[in-house]
Design a protein around this ligand. Structure first.
Ligand SMILES: Cc1cc2nc3c(=O)[nH]c(=O)nc-3n(C[C@H](O)[C@H](O)[C@H](O)COP(=O)(O)OP(=O)(O)OC[C@H]3O[C@@H](n4cnc5c(N)ncnc54)[C@H](O)[C@@H]3O)c2cc1C
Length: 407
């Protein structure tokens, strides 16, 4: 086996840092240089999770963890067995970074400050004598005999790398991947994932700020169905249920130019007979009360009143006057409430690229390119992305760690 000498890592984000550190962990004698195109590294880590950095997820069950990745879930399974969320937590703990899990499973540093994660990664790089070169944007790479030659934006060329790890992140434009395409990799057209829905023609936006704990949404004409909290915003809808749908449906919704209908089941329950019975009991208990002022469900009264008006129940109508037919109809409306979406808005807390280097080009056991030996990939540059919850960083840590083994 040849001794690893010179390793170049392209990209100073989460995946690039983890890959560089992993190289030095597994090959202490290697010389590792990390090239970053801008004047700063770990910029996404800094702003991530609203400045708190949602580092990973509390879920250590690899099979269910993979379900969080609409792209790459199947391939990541093997990688997570080699370096999964528990390994991430141990890794930071071993370096005295205390992490905490929130009730929804998101894991943050106890400091609630992403700088803690940055400081830890920078310190580790320094300890391991990883050299970081700023303002070095790689424009192309080429294999000359057994060495990799890298060409930079400033026309500088270096030609002595035994191995190269590409961790240049996602990009919503194909142009960002051209240099990788030029050396034979297939690029799955990059498009945005994790966005909120615009509903400019829907009066529900008057309820901005309102949160409903659990609803089920279905995107009409697709198989996409998600469950979770929804937040009404001044432009439409956001919250976990919407972000998850935007992630699962990223490509489908892109192809529809972000114009589609959604159906909301405000009651979550889909057994209409059960719901009807409940409503019937409620109507006899509160027969003298007006429908609009007596909400039978758990969701906020503001929403109840909005929906009752939307469904055409007169404001003076009493529960006792509603009648069976109208009650059945109301159940139908509450479980299949339709809204039209036209456009999307970037979710500022976390957005990712769907698409990138095709996983079919990658040996998933090692993260090595199947097109070129001694060329590895890690992070969002690959066609891997997840819903929100710390999963995107987990993919960066895991693929970076495995790539850095240089197997
Ligand atoms: C606002 C925001 C908040 C987020 N919050 C979270 C969160 O809390 N939890 C979570 O799990 N995920 C979060 N994500 C997603 C997560 O940040 C990314 O999935 C993750 O950063 C990907 O890491 P990466 O190293 O692959 O890519 P990046 O972090 O994008 O790093 C790639 C680096 O490569 C550099 N680069 C690119 N091209 C070249 C080149 N040719 N030469 C040299 N350098 C190059 C770039 O400048 C960049 O520094 C968030 C994303 C955003 C945008």
């Amino acid at each position: 086996m040849s001794v690893v000498k010179n390793v170049a890592v392209v990209g100073g984000g989460a995946a690039g840092f983890f890959a560089a550190i992993s190289v030095k962990t597994h090959h202490p004698l290697a010389t590792v240089t990390l090239f970053e195109k801008s004047s700063k590294v770990l910029t996404k880590v800094k702003v991530s999770g609203g400045g708190r950095c949602n580092v990973t997820n509390a879920n250590n069950d690899i099979a269910s963890l993979c379900n969080a990745y609409p792209r790459g879930g199947k391939e990541l399974k093997n990688i997570f067995y080699r370096f999964g969320p528990q390994d991430t937590k141990n890794w930071f703990k071993d370096r005295e970074v205390s992490l905490k899990a929130e009730p929804d499973g998101r894991v943050f540093p106890v400091s609630n400050n992403s700088q803690t994660i940055i400081d830890c990664l920078m310190e580790e790089c320094e300890k391991k004598e990883i050299s970081i070169k700023y303002k070095k944007s790689i424009k192309s790479l080429k294999k000359i005999q057994s060495k990799w030659a890298l060409s930079f934006n400033d026309s500088h060329i270096t030609n002595h790398y035994d191995s190269v790890i590409i961790a240049s992140g996602g990009s919503p434009k194909l142009k960002g991947f051209e240099w990788l395409k030029n050396i034979g990799h297939s690029i799955i057209t990059p498009i945005p994932s994790l966005f909120t829905f615009n509903m400019p023609n829907e009066s529900i936006i008057d309820l901005m700020g309102l949160v409903v704990k659990d609803v089920k949404i279905k995107i009409s004409g697709t198989k996409i169905e998600t469950i979770g909290p929804v937040l009404i915003t001044h432009w439409g809808m956001s919250g976990p249920v919407i972000l998850k749908a935007s992630s699962i449906g990223a490509r489908d919704l892109f192809e529809r130019d972000y114009c589609f209908n959604i159906e909301i089941n405000w009651l979550l329950e889909s057994n209409t007979e059960l719901l009807y019975k409940k409503l019937e009991e409620f109507s006899s208990s509160f027969s003298k009360k007006t429908v609009i002022n007596q909400n039978p469900f758990q969701f906020p009264n503001r929403l109840w009143q909005f929906l009752v008006r939307k469904f055409g129940v007169p404001t003076n109508k009493k529960w006792g006057e509603l009648g069976k037919k109208k009650m059945r109809h109301l159940i139908e409306l509450f479980t299949k409430d339709s809204y039209s979406v036209s456009g999307k808005t970037t979710f500022k807390e976390e957005f990712v690229t769907c698409g990138g280097v095709a996983l079919s080009n990658i040996n998933i056991n090692t993260m090595e390119s199947k097109i070129h030996s001694n060329l590895y990939f890690a992070g969002e540059v690959l066609n891997i992305d997840a819903i929100t919850g710390g999963y995107n960083f987990q993919a960066a840590w895991s693929t970076g760690f495995v790539a850095g083994k240089l197997e």
